[in-house]
Design a protein around this ligand. Structure first.
Ligand code: BMA
Length: 348
Protein backbone atom coordinates (compact mmCIF):
# COMPACT_ATOMS: atom_id res chain seq x y z
CA UNK A 1 0.00 0.00 0.00
CA UNK A 2 1.24 3.49 -0.82
CA UNK A 3 -0.06 6.40 1.24
CA UNK A 4 -0.46 10.04 0.17
CA UNK A 5 -0.46 9.71 -3.60
CA UNK A 6 -1.75 13.24 -3.67
CA UNK A 7 -4.86 12.78 -5.76
CA UNK A 8 -3.14 10.64 -8.38
CA UNK A 9 -4.26 7.34 -6.99
CA UNK A 10 -7.68 6.61 -8.50
CA UNK A 11 -7.58 5.50 -12.10
CA UNK A 12 -4.16 6.84 -12.90
CA UNK A 13 -2.57 10.17 -13.58
CA UNK A 14 -4.36 10.91 -16.81
CA UNK A 15 -7.88 10.02 -15.81
CA UNK A 16 -10.59 11.11 -15.98
CA UNK A 17 -10.55 12.13 -19.60
CA UNK A 18 -12.13 11.48 -22.93
CA UNK A 19 -9.27 11.10 -25.33
CA UNK A 20 -9.06 12.25 -28.88
CA UNK A 21 -12.47 13.72 -29.55
CA UNK A 22 -12.03 16.36 -32.21
CA UNK A 23 -14.22 19.12 -33.55
CA UNK A 24 -14.65 20.25 -37.13
CA UNK A 25 -13.05 23.32 -38.61
CA UNK A 26 -16.56 24.84 -38.83
CA UNK A 27 -16.70 24.78 -35.01
CA UNK A 28 -13.73 27.15 -34.74
CA UNK A 29 -15.95 30.17 -34.20
CA UNK A 30 -16.14 32.58 -31.30
CA UNK A 31 -19.02 31.71 -28.94
CA UNK A 32 -22.08 33.85 -29.61
CA UNK A 33 -22.14 35.20 -26.02
CA UNK A 34 -18.74 36.87 -26.53
CA UNK A 35 -18.40 40.45 -27.75
CA UNK A 36 -15.04 41.62 -29.00
CA UNK A 37 -14.05 45.28 -28.94
CA UNK A 38 -13.54 46.15 -32.60
CA UNK A 39 -10.03 47.59 -32.30
CA UNK A 40 -6.98 46.88 -30.11
CA UNK A 41 -6.81 48.76 -26.79
CA UNK A 42 -3.02 48.94 -26.82
CA UNK A 43 -0.39 48.88 -29.55
CA UNK A 44 3.23 50.04 -29.89
CA UNK A 45 1.84 53.45 -30.90
CA UNK A 46 0.68 54.03 -27.32
CA UNK A 47 4.10 53.34 -25.83
CA UNK A 48 6.45 56.30 -25.13
CA UNK A 49 9.66 54.24 -25.35
CA UNK A 50 11.04 51.85 -27.96
CA UNK A 51 8.43 49.26 -28.72
CA UNK A 52 7.54 46.88 -31.54
CA UNK A 53 5.13 44.36 -30.07
CA UNK A 54 2.86 45.04 -27.07
CA UNK A 55 0.84 42.01 -26.06
CA UNK A 56 0.00 39.39 -23.40
CA UNK A 57 -1.02 41.66 -20.51
CA UNK A 58 -1.99 41.04 -16.90
CA UNK A 59 -4.68 43.40 -15.61
CA UNK A 60 -5.92 44.14 -12.09
CA UNK A 61 -8.14 46.70 -10.36
CA UNK A 62 -6.43 48.93 -7.80
CA UNK A 63 -8.96 51.10 -5.97
CA UNK A 64 -10.84 52.99 -8.64
CA UNK A 65 -8.25 52.55 -11.36
CA UNK A 66 -7.10 49.66 -13.51
CA UNK A 67 -3.49 48.57 -13.83
CA UNK A 68 -2.07 46.75 -16.81
CA UNK A 69 1.37 45.18 -17.13
CA UNK A 70 2.10 44.19 -20.68
CA UNK A 71 4.84 42.42 -22.58
CA UNK A 72 6.88 44.79 -24.71
CA UNK A 73 9.19 43.29 -27.28
CA UNK A 74 11.58 46.09 -28.12
CA UNK A 75 12.09 47.10 -31.74
CA UNK A 76 10.39 48.85 -34.62
CA UNK A 77 7.01 47.52 -35.75
CA UNK A 78 6.88 49.40 -39.04
CA UNK A 79 10.34 48.21 -40.10
CA UNK A 80 9.68 44.71 -38.73
CA UNK A 81 12.77 44.87 -36.52
CA UNK A 82 13.08 43.15 -33.14
CA UNK A 83 16.07 44.11 -30.96
CA UNK A 84 15.95 40.82 -29.05
CA UNK A 85 14.98 42.47 -25.75
CA UNK A 86 11.77 42.28 -23.76
CA UNK A 87 10.59 44.42 -20.86
CA UNK A 88 7.26 44.81 -19.08
CA UNK A 89 5.36 48.05 -19.56
CA UNK A 90 2.96 49.58 -17.05
CA UNK A 91 -0.28 51.37 -17.95
CA UNK A 92 -3.13 52.85 -15.95
CA UNK A 93 -6.76 53.40 -16.91
CA UNK A 94 -9.92 54.86 -15.40
CA UNK A 95 -12.26 52.56 -17.29
CA UNK A 96 -10.12 49.53 -18.18
CA UNK A 97 -10.40 50.38 -21.87
CA UNK A 98 -8.41 53.57 -22.53
CA UNK A 99 -4.86 53.22 -21.26
CA UNK A 100 -2.07 55.67 -20.41
CA UNK A 101 1.36 54.08 -20.54
CA UNK A 102 3.90 55.17 -17.91
CA UNK A 103 7.09 56.81 -19.26
CA UNK A 104 9.35 53.83 -18.42
CA UNK A 105 8.89 50.04 -18.32
CA UNK A 106 8.32 48.77 -14.77
CA UNK A 107 10.18 45.46 -14.94
CA UNK A 108 13.01 43.82 -16.80
CA UNK A 109 14.99 40.71 -15.92
CA UNK A 110 18.46 40.50 -17.45
CA UNK A 111 21.41 38.80 -15.88
CA UNK A 112 24.21 36.65 -17.27
CA UNK A 113 21.87 33.69 -16.93
CA UNK A 114 18.46 35.29 -17.59
CA UNK A 115 17.56 36.77 -20.95
CA UNK A 116 14.07 38.08 -20.23
CA UNK A 117 10.78 37.84 -18.36
CA UNK A 118 7.49 37.97 -20.29
CA UNK A 119 3.76 37.11 -20.41
CA UNK A 120 2.92 38.64 -16.99
CA UNK A 121 -0.18 37.66 -15.00
CA UNK A 122 -1.16 39.65 -11.90
CA UNK A 123 -3.05 38.49 -8.82
CA UNK A 124 -3.87 40.58 -5.75
CA UNK A 125 -3.67 38.49 -2.62
CA UNK A 126 -3.08 39.29 1.05
CA UNK A 127 -2.20 42.95 0.50
CA UNK A 128 0.28 42.55 -2.34
CA UNK A 129 0.36 42.08 -6.08
CA UNK A 130 1.86 38.82 -7.21
CA UNK A 131 3.35 38.63 -10.68
CA UNK A 132 3.77 35.35 -12.49
CA UNK A 133 5.77 35.38 -15.71
CA UNK A 134 7.83 33.24 -18.01
CA UNK A 135 11.60 33.55 -17.67
CA UNK A 136 13.92 32.63 -20.54
CA UNK A 137 17.26 31.49 -19.16
CA UNK A 138 20.33 30.09 -20.88
CA UNK A 139 19.35 26.71 -19.45
CA UNK A 140 15.66 26.63 -20.31
CA UNK A 141 12.32 28.40 -19.84
CA UNK A 142 11.19 28.74 -16.23
CA UNK A 143 8.18 30.15 -14.39
CA UNK A 144 9.01 33.16 -12.21
CA UNK A 145 7.09 34.74 -9.34
CA UNK A 146 7.63 38.19 -7.84
CA UNK A 147 5.65 40.42 -5.49
CA UNK A 148 5.18 44.17 -5.44
CA UNK A 149 3.09 46.70 -3.57
CA UNK A 150 3.56 49.64 -5.94
CA UNK A 151 4.64 48.27 -9.36
CA UNK A 152 8.04 49.91 -8.79
CA UNK A 153 9.88 47.68 -6.35
CA UNK A 154 9.68 43.94 -6.78
CA UNK A 155 10.83 41.00 -4.73
CA UNK A 156 11.59 37.77 -6.56
CA UNK A 157 10.04 34.82 -4.75
CA UNK A 158 10.84 31.86 -6.92
CA UNK A 159 12.03 30.67 -10.29
CA UNK A 160 11.01 27.13 -11.21
CA UNK A 161 13.16 24.48 -12.77
CA UNK A 162 12.80 24.31 -16.56
CA UNK A 163 10.78 23.73 -18.63
CA UNK A 164 7.72 25.51 -17.32
CA UNK A 165 5.62 28.45 -18.44
CA UNK A 166 2.21 30.12 -18.05
CA UNK A 167 1.94 30.26 -14.29
CA UNK A 168 -1.17 31.91 -12.85
CA UNK A 169 -1.99 32.33 -9.19
CA UNK A 170 -5.45 31.95 -7.69
CA UNK A 171 -6.66 35.16 -5.97
CA UNK A 172 -7.02 33.50 -2.58
CA UNK A 173 -5.37 30.76 -0.57
CA UNK A 174 -7.15 27.42 -0.77
CA UNK A 175 -6.98 25.12 2.25
CA UNK A 176 -4.28 27.42 3.67
CA UNK A 177 -1.93 27.42 0.66
CA UNK A 178 -1.22 29.61 -2.33
CA UNK A 179 -2.26 27.72 -5.46
CA UNK A 180 -0.98 28.17 -8.99
CA UNK A 181 -1.83 26.68 -12.35
CA UNK A 182 1.18 26.02 -14.53
CA UNK A 183 2.28 24.40 -17.75
CA UNK A 184 5.37 22.22 -17.66
CA UNK A 185 6.77 21.05 -21.00
CA UNK A 186 7.72 17.37 -20.75
CA UNK A 187 9.90 16.33 -23.67
CA UNK A 188 10.50 12.61 -23.35
CA UNK A 189 7.41 11.24 -21.67
CA UNK A 190 4.58 12.56 -23.82
CA UNK A 191 5.62 11.35 -27.24
CA UNK A 192 5.10 14.67 -28.98
CA UNK A 193 4.57 18.29 -28.13
CA UNK A 194 1.66 17.60 -25.75
CA UNK A 195 1.89 20.07 -22.87
CA UNK A 196 -0.81 19.99 -20.20
CA UNK A 197 -2.12 22.13 -17.32
CA UNK A 198 -0.93 21.26 -13.82
CA UNK A 199 -1.43 22.76 -10.37
CA UNK A 200 0.94 23.22 -7.41
CA UNK A 201 0.57 24.58 -3.89
CA UNK A 202 2.85 26.64 -1.67
CA UNK A 203 2.79 27.95 1.89
CA UNK A 204 4.86 31.04 1.01
CA UNK A 205 5.19 31.52 -2.80
CA UNK A 206 8.74 30.12 -2.50
CA UNK A 207 8.40 26.37 -1.96
CA UNK A 208 6.02 24.65 -4.37
CA UNK A 209 4.71 21.11 -4.25
CA UNK A 210 1.68 18.83 -4.04
CA UNK A 211 1.70 19.05 -7.84
CA UNK A 212 -1.09 17.36 -9.77
CA UNK A 213 -2.56 17.25 -13.24
CA UNK A 214 -5.58 19.45 -13.95
CA UNK A 215 -6.24 18.94 -17.64
CA UNK A 216 -4.45 16.96 -20.33
CA UNK A 217 -4.39 18.11 -23.94
CA UNK A 218 -6.32 14.98 -24.93
CA UNK A 219 -9.34 16.31 -23.00
CA UNK A 220 -9.61 19.36 -25.26
CA UNK A 221 -11.34 18.53 -28.55
CA UNK A 222 -9.94 21.64 -30.27
CA UNK A 223 -6.31 20.95 -29.36
CA UNK A 224 -3.78 18.81 -31.16
CA UNK A 225 -0.69 20.33 -29.60
CA UNK A 226 -0.59 22.11 -26.21
CA UNK A 227 -2.68 24.00 -23.69
CA UNK A 228 -1.79 26.46 -20.93
CA UNK A 229 -3.58 28.44 -18.24
CA UNK A 230 -4.47 31.99 -19.28
CA UNK A 231 -5.75 34.55 -16.78
CA UNK A 232 -5.83 34.04 -13.00
CA UNK A 233 -9.02 32.05 -12.30
CA UNK A 234 -12.19 33.91 -11.35
CA UNK A 235 -14.24 32.74 -8.38
CA UNK A 236 -17.94 32.11 -9.06
CA UNK A 237 -20.51 30.30 -6.95
CA UNK A 238 -20.37 27.37 -9.43
CA UNK A 239 -16.58 26.98 -9.42
CA UNK A 240 -13.36 28.66 -10.50
CA UNK A 241 -13.68 29.94 -14.03
CA UNK A 242 -10.49 29.07 -15.88
CA UNK A 243 -9.58 30.61 -19.22
CA UNK A 244 -6.86 28.78 -21.09
CA UNK A 245 -5.13 28.90 -24.43
CA UNK A 246 -5.18 25.91 -26.72
CA UNK A 247 -3.03 25.30 -29.77
CA UNK A 248 -3.67 23.31 -32.91
CA UNK A 249 -1.02 22.85 -35.57
CA UNK A 250 -1.71 22.40 -39.25
CA UNK A 251 1.35 21.69 -41.43
CA UNK A 252 -0.50 23.17 -44.40
CA UNK A 253 -0.57 26.65 -42.90
CA UNK A 254 2.07 28.78 -44.51
CA UNK A 255 3.26 32.32 -44.13
CA UNK A 256 1.35 34.40 -41.63
CA UNK A 257 2.34 37.70 -40.10
CA UNK A 258 6.06 38.51 -40.15
CA UNK A 259 7.36 35.00 -40.04
CA UNK A 260 8.26 32.79 -42.97
CA UNK A 261 5.92 30.09 -41.76
CA UNK A 262 3.59 29.94 -38.75
CA UNK A 263 1.59 26.75 -38.52
CA UNK A 264 -0.01 27.13 -35.11
CA UNK A 265 -3.35 28.58 -34.11
CA UNK A 266 -3.91 29.78 -30.53
CA UNK A 267 -7.55 29.94 -29.40
CA UNK A 268 -9.09 30.59 -25.98
CA UNK A 269 -11.02 27.92 -24.06
CA UNK A 270 -13.04 27.98 -20.85
CA UNK A 271 -13.50 25.46 -18.02
CA UNK A 272 -14.77 25.33 -14.44
CA UNK A 273 -12.66 24.00 -11.58
CA UNK A 274 -13.88 22.72 -8.24
CA UNK A 275 -13.91 25.47 -5.59
CA UNK A 276 -12.28 23.37 -2.89
CA UNK A 277 -9.99 21.24 -5.01
CA UNK A 278 -9.22 23.23 -8.18
CA UNK A 279 -7.21 20.36 -9.62
CA UNK A 280 -10.62 18.86 -10.46
CA UNK A 281 -12.23 20.03 -13.69
CA UNK A 282 -15.99 20.04 -13.13
CA UNK A 283 -16.97 21.28 -16.56
CA UNK A 284 -15.57 22.63 -19.79
CA UNK A 285 -16.75 23.87 -23.14
CA UNK A 286 -16.02 21.35 -25.89
CA UNK A 287 -15.76 24.17 -28.38
CA UNK A 288 -13.39 27.13 -28.31
CA UNK A 289 -14.60 30.28 -26.57
CA UNK A 290 -12.72 32.81 -28.67
CA UNK A 291 -10.94 32.22 -31.98
CA UNK A 292 -9.17 34.50 -34.44
CA UNK A 293 -12.09 35.56 -36.59
CA UNK A 294 -11.62 39.01 -37.94
CA UNK A 295 -9.38 39.94 -40.77
CA UNK A 296 -6.81 41.48 -38.47
CA UNK A 297 -6.50 38.43 -36.22
CA UNK A 298 -6.37 36.00 -39.12
CA UNK A 299 -3.86 37.58 -41.41
CA UNK A 300 -1.93 40.42 -39.79
CA UNK A 301 0.43 41.16 -36.92
CA UNK A 302 3.65 39.46 -35.95
CA UNK A 303 2.09 36.01 -35.71
CA UNK A 304 -1.40 35.68 -37.12
CA UNK A 305 -3.89 33.35 -35.50
CA UNK A 306 -2.44 33.74 -32.01
CA UNK A 307 -4.82 34.76 -29.19
CA UNK A 308 -3.26 34.65 -25.74
CA UNK A 309 -5.27 35.66 -22.63
CA UNK A 310 -3.33 36.78 -19.53
CA UNK A 311 -5.92 38.96 -17.73
CA UNK A 312 -9.63 38.74 -16.90
CA UNK A 313 -11.78 40.84 -14.56
CA UNK A 314 -15.30 40.17 -13.32
CA UNK A 315 -17.36 43.30 -12.69
CA UNK A 316 -21.12 43.66 -12.55
CA UNK A 317 -21.66 40.17 -13.91
CA UNK A 318 -19.43 40.74 -16.95
CA UNK A 319 -16.08 39.06 -17.50
CA UNK A 320 -13.70 41.24 -19.45
CA UNK A 321 -10.93 39.23 -21.05
CA UNK A 322 -7.66 40.89 -22.06
CA UNK A 323 -5.81 38.94 -24.70
CA UNK A 324 -2.76 39.40 -26.84
CA UNK A 325 -3.68 39.24 -30.53
CA UNK A 326 -1.23 38.25 -33.24
CA UNK A 327 1.61 38.78 -30.72
CA UNK A 328 1.48 42.50 -31.44
CA UNK A 329 -1.43 44.20 -29.64
CA UNK A 330 -3.91 43.87 -26.80
CA UNK A 331 -7.60 43.35 -27.35
CA UNK A 332 -10.66 42.94 -25.13
CA UNK A 333 -13.57 40.51 -25.31
CA UNK A 334 -16.51 40.46 -22.90
CA UNK A 335 -19.18 37.95 -21.86
CA UNK A 336 -21.68 37.55 -19.05
CA UNK A 337 -20.25 35.31 -16.35
CA UNK A 338 -23.44 33.23 -16.34
CA UNK A 339 -23.04 32.57 -20.08
CA UNK A 340 -19.46 31.45 -19.60
CA UNK A 341 -20.51 29.10 -16.81
CA UNK A 342 -23.32 27.73 -18.97
CA UNK A 343 -20.82 26.90 -21.72
CA UNK A 344 -18.89 24.66 -19.32
CA UNK A 345 -21.47 21.90 -19.67
CA UNK A 346 -19.22 18.98 -20.59
CA UNK A 347 -17.66 16.69 -18.04
CA UNK A 348 -14.16 15.51 -18.80
C1 BMA B 1 3.69 31.15 -26.59
C2 BMA B 1 4.34 32.28 -25.81
C3 BMA B 1 3.49 33.53 -25.92
C4 BMA B 1 3.07 33.81 -27.36
C5 BMA B 1 2.50 32.57 -27.99
C6 BMA B 1 2.11 32.75 -29.45
O1 BMA B 1 4.49 30.01 -26.61
O2 BMA B 1 5.62 32.53 -26.30
O3 BMA B 1 4.22 34.63 -25.43
O4 BMA B 1 2.08 34.83 -27.36
O5 BMA B 1 3.46 31.54 -27.89
O6 BMA B 1 3.22 33.07 -30.23
Amino acid sequence: MIKNLNGMEDSGLFAPYKPNETINEADFVTASCVKKYPTPVLTYKDVPYRSALTFNAGVIKQGDRYVMVFRNDVGDFEKEILDGKTNLGLAYSKDGIKWEVEPEPCFELRTKEIMRAYDPRITYIDGEYVFCFAVDTRHGVCGGIATTKDFKDFEMKSISVPENRNMVLFPEKINGNYVRLERPMPVYSRNGNYFDIWLSESPDLVYWGKSRLVMGTESVPFCNDKIGPGAPPIKTDKGWLMLFHSVDVDPNRGKNGWEKAWRKRYVIGVALLDLEDPSKVIGMSKKPLIVPDDDFEKTKGYRSNALFPCGALLENGIVRIYYGACDCCIRIAEAKVEDLIALCDSQL
